[in-house]
Design a protein around this ligand. Sequence first.
Ligand code: SAM
Length: 371
Amino acid sequence: MSERVIPLIDQRLRSLTARVPAQAIPATGLLGDTLGRPLRDLRISVTDRCNFRCSYCMPKEIFDKDYAYLPHSALLSFEEITRVARVFVAHGVQKIRLTGGEPLLRKNIEILIEQLAALRTTEGRPLDITLTTNGSLLERKAASLKAAGLQRVTVSLDGLDDAIFRAMNDVDFPVADVLRGIDAAQAAGLGPIKVNMVVKRGTNDQQILPMARHFKGSGIVLRFIEYMDVGATNGWRMDDVLPSAEVVQRIHAELPLVQLDPSAPGETAERWGYADGSGEIGVISSVTQAFCGDCNRARLSTEGQLYLCLFATHGHDLRHLIRGTETDEELGSAIGAIWQGRDDRYSQLRASLPPDQTTGGRRVEMSYIGG
Ligand code: SAM
């Protein structure tokens, strides 16, 4: 019998100290990295805690009652998050996604949303503000999130079969409660709603068609995500990945699809529409079809570390600048210098990397920097 080896790692183990460069980098909204990629999308993790224990993300064996989550004093406050978000926006960010952990576990998240909703892009437009959630608290919170200024939500849901879903979230959480959360989000006007399903071959791939049938015609965009080799604790194997091309084939065989144009540059999902005009699905092929070429996303961890790639092995510590005496301009120059030095494109390089660098190593956990 082969044993699964789960490395004991501390995801916060490596960080670089962000520094204010000697030469100021003004916020022109036109920042580019070494590959010419702009900075447009900021994902902010507001907590490293989650009430689910999905084995592909926060396996129980590691994230148990003894796991050392970040202390409250380490978390950026809402004011600190808003300040750093404002600096990112001046550099060209147009979209902010709140994530985690489970973002709805962060107390009074509505207050943060209100503060972020008051920011304006360099062209003077409101930001696109969204949030990714497991849906468990959505029924209770949808109306207050909308009132605070949240525009839309993405809900993670890995199947409709209750037994499969309860096993995947590993806390016995029922599907029906997530579906009620999605209904509440729709009723509150938090749309267009996206539902993300991580597909793991042999675990929930039989749920692809039931999910497609369920959401077809609902106005909700269902997106299938390839199971990724993020972090170092999920025991990822290529054999568990069901390529998106196969997802499309399986759906197309019963519900004909036509390919659609991308709706925005840097979009992670390839879009497919139902041929009968009853909506669309998306596939996110981060393993089989890398989309690093136009990746315009930065990620800010709960404690103020900036990550330039989902597969990064280290972050850049901004918190000491945020809590120091640096001005917004200095903080902006430090962020600008980090982005200008960015050359990350892990998914494109994956196939050519030696195995010890692709199978986990010291990569940051998804629950720490968010999806
Ligand atoms: N708790 C929130 C949620 O459930 O959506 C936000 C955080 S969660 C880390 C964000 C997304 O990452 C979820 O859709 C989750 O399914 C996805 N995810 C986590 N680990 C993954 C992996 N190894 N491969 C693909 N997607 C993953």
